[in-house]
Design a protein around this ligand. Structure first.
Ligand code: G3H
Ligand code: 13P
Ligand code: ZN
Length: 332
């Protein structure tokens, strides 16, 4: 059993409280490798932002849970070496069983998500409650994120359009029965780089897809039901069109890409939304740069010359998000 405190990590309790009252959101960036972790830490130290390092089940398989845990320890030391100690959370993204949450808790994660949103409401309550009881009874309190409502994309199991959104009438009961520390809700975001179907969008004069607005009415209703309670938004990549164009210019094909406009995320961050999940934008940034170098410098075969510049771009992108979208810059 490793406690997250031994690794120098924090849970989400205090940082969420400050973010809700301060009207900003903490970035939750997914990482799978050293370069992503370095870029996240460089960006967050430079902008003095707290940060949540997120590990998906896929990341655990890809990189190995022990390696990721030790990278999180390294991230704390790296931030210190860069000259500014920021709060760093190691969080399991979309845990789908009690066992995976327990496993992560026992190997040094300071926060877990139990995503029971595909189950019936009663099963979701029971599973989330079980994880909370275990997480909260540890010597060092581990925070738990639950989810109500279903996002499209990786969670795309539910076919009814209406049932994708969170029902505000359920949130008081869910939060009080489960004792979750934060709640992910569904207000129209979705995972991946194609967040809406073209027929759900309009197009601007250049043919670029313009998505429908997020359901801020649902967010407001949720806030009325559980005032000040920490709310999480998944699927919050903006899918920058410059990266999509760069990838396509250098041989890729990313038809019908569309994300969440930054202004809408900025508006959400000013509300009780205190954690915003971003993964796809980082993938796009790194892939765009790697493709460009491969095409423009065909004799290059040193991986550092491909991944290093991709890491620099990722750092730039995440610093921009902290400063101009989430408002987390200067809050560490
Ligand atoms: O929520 C999904 C995240 O983007 C993680 O994606 O399962 O491919 O690592 P992944
Ligand atoms: P994006 O696919 O929009 O980056 O969302 C990531 C996410 O929600 C991870 O849990
Ligand atoms: Zn997610």
């Amino acid at each position: 059993m490793t406690s997250y405190k031994e690794l120098g990590l924090v849970n989400t309790k205090d940082i969420f409280k400050k973010a809700v009252s301060g009207g900003y959101a903490i970035p939750a960036y997914n990482f799978n490798n050293m370069e992503q972790m370095q870029a996240i830490i460089m960006a967050c130290v430079e902008t003095k932002s707290p940060v949540i390092l997120q590990v998906s089940a896929g990341a655990r398989k890809y990189a190995n849970q022990n390696i990721l845990k030790n990278m999180a320890r390294g991230a704390v030391e790296y931030a210190h070496e860069l000259g500014y100690d920021i709060p760093i959370v190691l969080h399991l993204d979309h845990g789908d069983s009690f066992e995976i949450c327990k496993d992560c808790i026992e190997t040094g994660f300071s926060s877990v998500m139990i995503d029971g949103s595909h189950f019936s409401y009663e099963e979701n309550v029971a599973l989330t409650k079980k994880v909370c009881e275990f997480a909260h009874s540890q010597k060092d309190y581990i925070t738990v994120e639950g989810e109500l409502g279903v996002l499209a994309g990786v969670e795309d199991d539910v076919s009814s359009e209406h049932s994708h959104y969170t029902q505000p009438s359920e949130v008081v009961d869910f939060v009080s029965k489960t004792k979750v520390d934060s709640l992910a809700i569904s207000i129209g975001t979705s995972h991946g780089r194609a967040k809406f179907k073209p027929d759900q969008c309009t197009r601007d004069a250049n043919g670029i897809l313009i998505p429908p607005p997020l359901r801020f009415d649902i967010l407001e209703e949720v806030e009325k039901q559980i005032p000040g309670f920490p709310i999480v938004l998944h699927g919050s990549s903006s899918v920058p069109i410059e990266y999509v164009h760069m990838i396509e210019k250098f041989g890729g094909k990313l038809t019908d890409s569309v994300g969440i406009p930054e202004e809408q995320l900025r508006k959400a961050a000013k509300s009780a939304v205190c954690k915003i999940n971003i993964d796809s934008d980082g993938r796009l940034a790194m892939t765009a740069i790697i493709r460009k170098i491969l095409v423009e410098q065909p004799d290059e075969f040193d991986p550092r010359k491909l991944i290093g510049p991709a890491r620099d771009e990722l750092k730039k992108l995440y610093a921009h998000k902290n400063q101009n979208v989430l408002g987390s810059a200067g809050q560490a």
